[in-house]
Design a protein around this ligand. Structure first.
Ligand code: DP6
Length: 324
């Protein structure tokens, strides 16, 4: 038996991945930039066992079959092909953050699975190779492989579509305060949403802007310019949600409390607080701020009607193997 355990953080995208050029390999329609989230993680153990007739998956102690298991098996199949082996695997995974909290668990899950399964298979993949492997499981997972602030270059094909670190966690002590307005599972997940992007007349308009936003966002991070960061990430958040809302059928993720939080954050920034927001494929709002105001921002968010809970995470490191 060969086994390995890996840990990976989720990430929050500042410039979003929305829509693919090529679905099967998850080659994105545009590059993206994100921050890993410290303290939140998926831990995954992979055991290749000659006694198994097929792959199996447990998530937080529950056995998973159907499409969830198929997605994991497809990634294991890639690893088996790379390692030239045929053994099936037992995969056990746990998250230390609540499901449906507006945190993409697929990013940390497929980053941890890529590292644990490749190590258990005896492969020593480079960070680039791991990031490419994770990408095929869930696009945003490629950004949870390197640490800190991360850019996923769209690339021309499978070989050069991977993520790399543009700044370390220590470079800028930002905090993501996640204002949870709903714990419910979203009706349309991102996998289906990506396919729908092309049905929006605004998709092409967003793609025409994204190159400039990537430059602005990267520069804002490197120079720790909060105002410039706020401009770039709120613009891309609005552009992506405009694409979602004008897709066929329309994807409308915002709830009244989502807008309450957006408005409050804009008012606070106007009043001088370094704070801005971004929103993924759900109603919860990721409120990004500098560390010195994080306690105040958390407290103020908690007072908004409709905010049920506030989680906070600083900048996280890379996916890593757990040595026991
Ligand atoms: C809105 O990476 O979750 O969070 O590849 O189908 O798993 P799949 O999609 P996923 O999409 C993420 C969408 C997003 C924006 C982002 O994280 O860049």
């Amino acid at each position: 038996m060969r086994s390995a355990t890996a840990i990976a953080n989720p990430n929050i995208a500042f410039i979003k991945y929305w829509g693919d050029r090529e679905r099967a390999l998850r080659l994105p329609a545009n590059g993206s930039i994100s921050m890993n989230l410290d303290g939140l993680y998926t831990r995954t153990e992979v055991v290749f066992d000659p006694a198994l007739q097929q792959d199996s998956l447990t998530l937080d102690g529950h056995s998973i079959t159907g499409s969830g298991l198929e997605r994991v098996s497809a990634l294991l199949e890639r690893v088996r092909r790379m390692a030239g082996m045929a053994l099936h695997a037992r995969v056990s995974s746990e998250n230390n953050f609540p499901a449906g909290a507006g945190l993409a668990s697929s990013a940390s899950a497929f980053a941890a699975l890529s590292l644990a399964s490749s190590a258990a298979a005896g492969l020593q993949l480079s960070e680039q190779e791991l990031s490419r492997l994770a990408r095929t499981g869930s696009g945003s997972a490629c950004r949870s492989v390197p640490g800190g602030f991360v850019e996923w270059q769209m690339g021309e094909g499978d070989q050069d579509s991977y993520a790399f670190s543009i700044a370390s966690p220590a470079h800028w002590r930002l905090v993501d305060c996640v204002a949870i307005v709903s714990h419910e599972h979203k009706p349309t997940g991102s996998t289906e949403g990506h396919a729908r992007a092309q049905t929006s007349p605004l998709h092409a308009a967003r793609l025409a802007e994204v190159g400039r936003l990537l430059v602005d966002c990267r520069h804002a991070i490197l120079s720790r310019d909060f105002e410039a960061l706020a401009r770039a990430i709120e613009m891309d958040c609005h552009l992506m949600h405009a694409v979602m809302m004008t897709s066929m059928p329309a994807l409308i993720y915002w709830q009244p409390a989502t807008l309450e939080v957006m408005q409050a954050v804009r008012d606070w920034r106007e009043a001088g607080l370094p704070v801005c927001y971004t929103i993924d494929a759900g109603p919860n709002v990721h409120v990004i701020c500098e560390e010195q105001v994080a306690a105040q921002v958390r407290a103020q968010l908690g007072q908004i009607d409709g905010v049920k809970q506030v989680l906070a995470a600083g900048v996280g490191g890379p996916a890593r193997l757990e040595i026991r």
